[in-house]
Design a protein around this ligand. Structure first.
Ligand SMILES: Cc1cc2nc3c(=O)[nH]c(=O)nc-3n(C[C@H](O)[C@H](O)[C@H](O)COP(=O)(O)O)c2cc1C
Length: 219
């Protein structure tokens, strides 16, 4: 089975960050990854620049190397987040509980990163050291295409998670994968694997879209 037959509505509302429900023991067929990657190049890019590149990692040694970098990054990040969480707890405990669940799930992924069946690293040309117009144009020329990949994956029974922690050691990851660091920026590391079960729920977001949308003027 390579398609779940989900509606557009279901794909758009149930594509979650999958960590604990990833099947680490089932490999992902290269052709299934190719099918999902085909959607990436249908996304928009600034000035139709099409500078996107995707590095797919399935080699166990390379995954182990990236897993090690990720775990090192996680240790740094988890320490910072723990203090942020204790602050958040005082203000809104429901939100803090949700964050705690995310942290536990993220810790599980960090421990098991090397077991993830496939990793996809979206890249864009140049180093991201601009601000404003330049930076947003660069990033927005790779993020929609990567999200298309993740949506297509969901419809095929694959779970993904957008991760960025390995970027704390981006140069080392570049060396491992022979990515020319000075000329190419890695934007994320998308973990990919078959999901354990295929039923996922819409997320609970504070107030929904209405709470974060203004019409015609900010206030
Ligand atoms: C820019 C960005 C960076 C993220 N980095 C990580 C990460 O390094 N590790 C991780 O486990 N999840 C990461 N996530 C996933 C978020 O934690 C997740 O989207 C959030 O908790 C909401 O959960 P949901 O995607 O299931 O709705 C990242 C998401 C985004 C958009």
């Amino acid at each position: 089975m390579t398609r779940l037959g989900l509606s557009v509505h279901d794909v758009l509302t149930t594509t979650r960050s999958v960590r604990k429900r990833l099947d680490f023991d089932r490999s992902v067929d290269d052709n299934l990854l190719r099918e999902c990657l085909d959607y990436t190049v249908q996304a928009p890019t600034g000035s139709n620049s099409q500078g996107w590149r995707f590095v797919v990692v399935t080699d166990p040694e390379k995954k182990a190397g990236l897993g090690e970098l990720y775990r090192r990054g996680w240790e740094q990040y988890a320490g910072m987040s723990a203090s942020a969480l204790s602050l958040a707890g005082g203000e809104d405990s429901e939100r803090a509980t949700q964050q705690m669940r995310v942290m536990q799930s993220a810790a599980y992924l960090a421990e098991n990163m090397h077991r993830v069946p496939a990793m996809v690293i979206p890249c864009l040309p140049g180093r991201i050291n601009q601000s404003g117009f330049g930076a947003t144009s660069s990033l927005a020329s790779i993020i929609p295409s990567t999200w298309s990949f993740m949506l297509a994956a969901r419809e095929r029974g694959l779970g993904t998670c957008w991760t960025t922690i390995h970027l704390l050691f981006e140069e080392e990851a570049a060396e491992l994968l022979h990515i020319p660091y000075e000329e190419v920026s890695q934007v994320a590391l998308i973990t990919v694997g078959h999901t354990l079960g295929t039923d996922f729920k819409p997320a609970s977001r504070d107030g929904g879209a209405a709470a974060v949308t203004s019409w015609n003027t900010w206030d």
